[in-house]
Design a protein around this ligand. Structure first.
Ligand SMILES: CC(C)(COP(=O)(O)OP(=O)(O)OC[C@H]1O[C@@H](n2cnc3c(N)ncnc32)[C@H](O)[C@@H]1OP(=O)(O)O)[C@@H](O)C(=O)NCCC(=O)NCCS
Length: 402
């Protein structure tokens, strides 16, 4: 069966997380993604975070670079630049997230690529975009969270701001870039032209955070951190469960405009008596007396483990979820049954738990193939796409170009 992006070729100069998250999604959707990596070690993500063994790729890299091909190319040599130009001429998309000005210094910025291939979509991530007072600044995940308002809202009101564990700054920006690329590909079908698409990390996180600006727009004051409470005015809290471990909790939320989950909750926990309690008589009253209501609920939840609590309450229509730690997520039966988490073979890592694509398209099957080894496809790509012979590739290898 064909795939949505069959026939789309991406020359991928991205590294770390934000850019690779985007190009991995394009690859899942069927694009041929050719990852360009610098000698001698390639994308630094290959050695990033819990690199338990220096000689093989980190799981960080394997999680972000499935379904791609890898080509080694020293872009600081004239021949390396020439190879890049040849590949760009064959590209539908050129993607990058190097530091500000780095692609231009290599002679591979948007204007240069447009001259080489006017049909190419040039997709770029920067921390703060290509213009504006911060545009020369480098950026990582937490910096995007800090400068978007997101970090100021995360944590408890009496403690400093906290970074969220969800990678909205990196992967969130990558997903925004994916949307921009897909839109540009659709537009190109009508115009025949490529274009520059860019996403700034600060703005991607701002976009995801936008509804939290509602109170500020209403009263002009910055919104305070709310810990685990909901900004909607509904009762919402983290309730303790049996076990007492660091993640033995269930998060529970009662909608502000529907009394049924509250009714179901008091039945489930055998506390029908609280129906007549003034503190819990309306959704706003429940939200005002959250601590008291949490104590009532914990009287029951602390006798059961979080999985039992989730099953018992969620099956009665009460919105709630167990706080699963990362090890529990990797063996979660629901995610395993849906094929989102599955075992994948890798030549040096062996079998490991891979997190697959969350998109489901009924006419474009999504399969995950392992991330490429460093330079695994250099010869193949140079001989089939860039017009080099195997002998020439050997010479380029001997001179450190590839
Ligand atoms: C993430 C970031 C802060 C890392 O900064 P850094 O480690 O200083 O790396 P940079 O991307 O700025 O620089 C990469 C250098 O490698 C060089 N390089 C990259 N690929 C190369 C290749 N194949 N061959 C030779 N050189 C290469 C670049 O030319 C650049 O050199 P220069 O500084 O002399 O111009 C920076 O890339 C950045 O701000 N990116 C945009 C925002 C972003 O995506 N952040 C999140 C990343 S998860």
């Amino acid at each position: 069966m064909s795939k949505a992006l069959d026939g789309i070729r991406v020359i991928d100069f991205t590294h770390d997380q934000a850019g690779p998250a985007c190009t991995q999604t394009l690859a899942w959707l069927g694009a041929d993604v050719i990852k360009i990596e610098r000698p001698p070690n390639g994308d630094r993500a290959r050695k990033l975070w819990y690199s338990d063994r220096a000689d093989i790729d980190s799981y960080f890299f394997l999680l972000l670079n499935s379904n791609k091909r890898s080509v080694v190319l020293n872009l600081k040599t004239d021949e390396g630049k020439e190879i890049a130009r040849r590949l760009i001429r064959e590209a539908d998309v050129v993607a990058e997230n190097l530091g500000p000005g780095a692609m231009e210094r290599l002679g591979l910025g948007y204007e240069a690529v447009k001259k080489l291939n006017p049909r190419a979509i040039y997709a770029s991530i920067k921390g703060f975009g290509s213009y504006g007072p911060y545009s020369d600044f480098k950026c990582f995940e937490m910096i995007a969270q800090a400068t978007s308002g997101g970090m100021s809202l995360t944590g408890f009101p009496d403690r400093p701001p906290v970074v969220t564990g969800v990678n909205v700054g990196d992967a969130g920006t990558g997903m925004h870039l994916t949307i921009a690329i897909l839109a540009a590909l659709v537009q190109r079908q009508r115009t025949g032209r490529g274009q520059l698409v860019e996403v700034a990390m600060q703005e991607a996180v701002l976009n995801i955070t936008r509804v939290k600006f509602t109170p500020t727009l209403t009263n002009g004051r910055p919104l305070e951190r709310m810990g685990n409470r909901s900004a909607s005015g509904a009762y919402a809290d983290l309730v303790r469960c049996a076990g007492g471990g660091p993640n033995d909790y269930v998060y529970l939320m009662l909608p502000p405009d529907n009394a049924e989950p509250f009714e179901a909750l008091v039945d489930a926990i055998g506390r029908q008596d609280v129906r007549s309690d003034e503190r819990f008589s309306t959704p706003p009253a429940r939200a005002r007396h959250s601590d008291d209501l949490t104590a009532v609920i914990e009287g029951w939840t602390m006798k059961h483990d979080k999985h039992e609590v989730m099953r018992a309450l969620a099956s009665r229509g009460i919105p709630c979820g167990a706080v699963l730690d990362t090890a529990e997520v990797l063996r979660d039966p629901h995610l395993r049954e849906r094929g989102t988490v599955f075992d994948l073979e890798h030549p040096t890592r062996g079998r490991f738990s891979m997190i697959g694509c969350p998109l489901r398209l009924s006419d474009s099957p999504i399969e995950t193939s392992r991330a490429p080894l460093f330079g695994e496809h250099t010869e193949d790509v140079l001989t089939t796409l860039a017009g080099y012979t195997a002998d020439e590739v050997r010479r380029l290898r001997d001179t450190g170009v590839v």
